[in-house]
Design a protein around this ligand. Structure first.
Ligand SMILES: Cc1cc2nc3c(=O)[nH]c(=O)nc-3n(C[C@H](O)[C@H](O)[C@H](O)COP(=O)(O)OP(=O)(O)OC[C@H]3O[C@@H](n4cnc5c(N)ncnc54)[C@H](O)[C@@H]3O)c2cc1C
Length: 396
């Protein structure tokens, strides 16, 4: 059977996971990344069992085990007095129930782990996509500088501002009205956050803060939202003003204030998303990760869904020659769209519930949070096996 040639645009978590999964399946694949050097931002990412099970199968179990932290719980707390609103036990209970751990990882560690699975000659840096064209025979990447690359399939893993997405839909990212400050704090400055490593969320009027240990417990990563009408930067190198951040969280619980104060520096990022779409492909171009379904980070699932997309797309393509492309892409969309649309919508809804001002609605939220503590509420999300779903759909 003739080999399908795949060109992936973007070497983020989505693009590298896809390259690793295609390589495992013996499918030829090259990744084109605009950056001159590969480096992920200095911040953490939560990876839930629905994605860690897939990363483990790619062979990263030991690697991640050495660099990540397996939090014992997710705790939601009230902003001023720190009262516990909800606790979900993770740790071994979560791992036993879902067959894979919940991990908190430094992004550079996850990125590095994925990169170790891809042959170096398959990743092309300083290769910025300007446009994609296609006809019945091939898709063509037009890179900055004039180079062109032909492939049977182009996969846009090029993030929220995807160039490839223009082949599928005409839309633009929508600013959420929220910015997020992010920082990393050496663990010895905040020892109170390291006893029983946890993901902690602090909910308050109009904003929230999340923190958890990463780097095998050597650092604590935090993200603190602050509403703003006048901030549009989307670059992790955009420095934030730590004093402004501290002012925005004045009056919050002392644990929060101490954490913010302990950071040497913070970055600031404007949070955007887009509406869901009803197709993922057009001809020989398809989308994965944030290019397909950028979501607000309030469900901590964007990277998890990127990993699921990548593994499912690779499974759909495995065994499909160039003639089976349409069918493979149809199955890919059928498997992915309902789930990613649901999570995208839930992430946007959480922007409301996380940021309620004190009052009746906040009290109803807190009461319902106490009632819904536990892993059951996460079963649909964490218990899903995206790879197994591809075999179930094939045999159906
Ligand atoms: C504050 C915050 C916290 C988050 N926390 C979590 C979390 O805890 N858990 C979770 O699962 N998700 C989380 N997310 C979401 C997660 O970070 C993203 O969903 C994920 O990183 C998307 O990966 P991606 O590879 O699709 O896109 P990106 O990471 O955006 O990668 C896209 C890549 O494509 C490259 N590229 C772009 N355009 C071009 C071009 N024209 N030519 C060539 N290359 C190009 C870029 O340089 C980049 O390397 C969070 C997001 C934010 C903002």
């Amino acid at each position: 059977m003739p080999q399908i040639r795949v060109a992936v645009v973007g070497a983020g978590i989505a693009g590298l996971t896809l390259a690793a999964a295609l390589h495992r399946a013996g499918i030829d694949c090259h990744v084109y990344e605009q950056a001159e050097r590969l480096m992920e931002v200095g911040a953490g990412v939560q990876v839930a069992p629905n994605a860690t099970r897939l990363l483990h199968r790619l062979g990263l179990g030991e690697h991640l085990g050495a660099v990540a932290v397996a939090p014992e719980a997710i705790e939601m707390r009230r902003w001023d007095d720190g009262r516990l609103l909800q606790q979900t036990t993770l740790g071994s209970q979560c791992e036993v129930r879902f067959g894979a751990p919940y991990l908190a990882v430094h992004r550079a560690d996850l990125h590095g782990a994925l990169l170790s699975l891809v042959p170096p000659d398959r990743v092309h840096l300083d290769a910025r996509l300007d446009t994609v064209t296609q006809d019945a025979g091939a898709a063509r990447l037009h890179l900055a500088g004039g180079t062109t690359v032909d492939a049977d399939l182009v996969v846009g893993a090029d993030g929220i501002h995807s160039v490839c997405r223009e082949q599928i839909v005409t839309d633009t990212p929508r600013y959420s009205g929220q910015t997020i400050y992010r920082g990393l704090v050496p663990a010895d400055r905040v020892p109170y956050l390291l006893t029983n490593p946890r993901v902690q969320l602090w909910f308050g009027p109009d904003q929230h803060l999340v923190c958890y240990p990463v780097s095998a417990g050597r650092q604590v990563s935090f993200g603190a939202t602050v509403p703003a009408s006048d901030w549009r930067e989307e670059s992790w190198s955009a420095r934030g003003d730590a004093t402004q951040l501290a002012m925005a969280y004045a009056g919050w619980h002392p644990d929060v204030a101490r954490l913010i104060k302990a950071a040497d520096g913070v970055s600031r990022w404007a949070l955007h998303d887009r509406d869901g779409i009803d197709r993922l492909s057009a001809g020989r171009v398809t989308l994965i990760g944030d290019a397909a379904h950028p979501m607000l980070p309030f469900q901590a699932q964007g990277a998890n869904q990127a990993i699921e997309d990548a593994v499912v797309l690779a499974a759909c393509l495995a065994g499909a020659g160039p003639d089976g492309l349409d069918e493979a892409l149809r199955r890919y969309a059928e498997l992915r769209l309902p789930r990613t649309t649901r999570i995208q919508q839930q992430s946007r809804a959480n922007a409301e519930t996380f940021h309620l001002v004190d009052g009746d609605a906040q009290r109803r939220r807190d009461t319902s949070a106490r009632r819904s503590s536990g892993l059951d509420q996460h079963a649909w999300l964490f218990g899903y096996d995206a790879e197994q779903a591809t075999t179930t759909s094939r045999s159906a």
